[in-house]
Design a protein around this ligand. Sequence first.
Ligand code: ADP
Ligand code: MG
Length: 260
Amino acid sequence: APPGGSAGRDTTDRSALDVGTTAKLSLRSVQKAFGDNAVLRGIHMDVAVGEMICLIGASGSGKSTLLRCINQLESIDEGAVLLDGQDISEPGLDLGPVRRRIGIVFQSYNLFPHMSALENVLLAPRRVLRRDSTAEAEALFDRFGLAEHMRKYPDQLSGGQQQRVAVIRALAMQPEIMLFDEITAALDPELVGEVLNVLRQLRAEGMTMILATHEMGFARELADSVCFMDGGVIVEQGPPERIFTAPKVARTQAFLRSVL
Ligand code: ADP
Ligand code: MG
């Protein structure tokens, strides 16, 4: 095995994997299995600065696993994840900086109930960056229209407001890329719009974003590129207009027929 390689992970072709990318984030032949369940079976993706990519596909197609492999919440079995050309999936790498640079927000927002919204947001910067970022946090609440709510506790906020606080909490680490995993899926329908508006605003501000979403209208309106996943591969990727109106692959057509 090459120096620095680890068991269970083929690192022999590593040098061949990271040539010639100018993308902010690149996935090269990413594979991930849980036991004998091959969940990601060779994912290729390039994400440019300021780009918004939407992952669509049926439940179980591998969207969440892909997002978790991007910010190294899961280790990958094969391939590489490159951030600014640097392999962040290399075994043994210090993951703290990686997870600061790539933020993630989940469907379940999991705010600490005994802390105000503002305290929830200040927690990670205080622990990890070892500094008081109250002014920056207040500016974030202001920017996303939540200034009047920042002293409230989670149970005094609607689900939509709590999810917006969770987004602010991730932004407080000043990430370069944001991942969103079905962040509106648990919300009452009338609360979905306010959370999508936060994403809309982030996109307009130039944030690089990858979203797993069931909000097809949103993906169609705002994505630069839509990836349809099925069985752990990206079956088809393209601009939303084409994917939604003229999908080329039968599996994409069938999926869209079932959801639109
Ligand atoms: P999606 O987000 O598209 O619904 P997931 O990535 O959650 O898909 O799941 C893809 C497959 O991976 C499913 O078969 C799921 O059961 C499996 N899976 C996901 N996470 C784990 C895990 N931690 N351990 C074992 N299997 C998992
Ligand atoms: Mg999922």
